[in-house]
Design a protein around this ligand. Structure first.
Ligand SMILES: C[S@@+](CC[C@H](N)C(=O)[O-])C[C@H]1O[C@@H](n2cnc3c(N)ncnc32)[C@H](O)[C@@H]1O
Length: 324
């Protein structure tokens, strides 16, 4: 397991080109991670630009502090969820002015994915944990499998994983759970869950290679989203970001799957509309005015060169808006 914090920032050049950080400007980074995006913003805003950054993961904060040591006077790190963006921005108004841009690089880092003890990967044999913040959050993915009712399991598999066999899997887990409860299991292992998923779906371990995606991928994704309330968090932060931005300020969101991107795309489209009258209205009488303009009409994706050097970037989707 890697000891050093590992993560390669995605779409870094594109972020710089679209956010255009200038000396003295202030930015908010909602997902600091190892500090890759923040580092390039701090470089470009030298000598006195600032970043207000949010992060839930202790290990990421430690790594980012080390990496960004020379910028420490210009970096404020908040060990909280970005859902507190507006509140924390207000708290720091003495030393932090209205941001020229806000960045959200959603999901998890390679460091989190590659450390078996975090429980995010179906390739490892770690505890089925999946909390971004091990100290502040209590619910783990293991708790969900061990205690949530069948209908709630079906719901998260469908809504957060678009899992095709949600009912079959939920039923299978409930049966499996009876043995686990007898054994007084408190924390399951990722490999146990993978084994049971394959059993329920009647897939032999050695035939997994036939699948384009590992059959456990979507179940793991839905558990991760449920443990960390990821989609609710995203829905909560978008309006806060718009409120905090001044006219001309930009918001950039990097998503990694269609569920996140759908939320971002729909929200941006809604805010960019002037008229919100129903199509049956012969003339517009809504007096609505667009709050933002779309900086990129089409989603930006990593170049082939980036995907080759960092295959994990392949699913990244960047959308940027500007407040008007
Ligand atoms: C893809 S990584 C960010 C990488 C970072 N942009 C970089 O260049 O190093 C996403 C990070 O967001 C953090 N995160 C996820 N949800 C969060 C939330 N609601 N609030 C704050 N941080 C969050 C994760 O812990 C993870 O470290």
């Amino acid at each position: 397991m890697p000891v050093e914090y590992q993560h390669i920032s995605v779409l870094k050049q594109e972020i710089l080109e679209l956010m255009k950080p200038q000396p003295g400007q202030h930015f908010i980074d909602g997902t600091l991670g190892g500090g890759g995006h923040t580092e390039s913003i701090l470089e470009q805003t030298s000598p006195d630009g600032k970043v207000l950054a949010f992060e839930l993961d202790d290990r990421a904060i430690k790594a980012a502090k080390k990496r960004l040591k020379k910028y420490q006077e210009r970096l404020i790190i908040v060990h909280k969820s970005y859902v507190h963006l507006k509140q924390e921005f207000k708290k720091h108004t003495k030393e932090f002015k209205k941001p020229s841009g806000i960045i959200l690089d959603l999901g998890l880092s390679s460091d989190q994915l590659d450390r078996a003890d975090r429980g995010f990967s179906f390739k490892d044999h770690g505890s089925l944990d999946m909390r971004f913040d091990k100290k502040g959050q209590t619910l783990t993915a293991s708790d969900i499998i061990l205690t949530w009712p069948e209908d709630k399991l079906i719901k998260i598999f469908r809504e957060y994983g678009e899992v095709k066999q949600s009912k079959r899997l939920a039923k299978g887990f409930i049966l499996w759970r009876q043995t686990l409860v007898k054994q007084k299991q408190k924390m399951l292992k990722t490999s146990m869950l993978v084994y049971v998923i394959l059993r329920i779906l009647n897939i032999k371990p050695d035939s997994v290679k036939r699948f384009r995606k590992h059959p456990a991928t979507q179940v793991f994704q839905s558990l991760r989203i449920a443990v960390n309330g990821e989609l609710d968090n995203l829905q909560s932060v978008l309006p806060q970001a718009i409120e905090v931005l001044p006219t001309g300020g930009r918001l950039a969101v990097i998503s990694f799957h269609s569920l996140e991107d759908r939320i971002v795309k729909r929200y941006f489209k809604k805010l960019a509309q002037n008229c919100i009258c129903p199509p049956t209205n012969p003339i517009c009488n809504c007096d609505n005015e667009a709050q933002v303009k779309l900086v990129n009409k089409r989603a930006i994706k990593p170049s082939q060169a980036e995907i080759t050097s960092n295959p994990r970037s392949r699913s990244a989707i960047l959308r940027v808006i500007e407040k008007v």
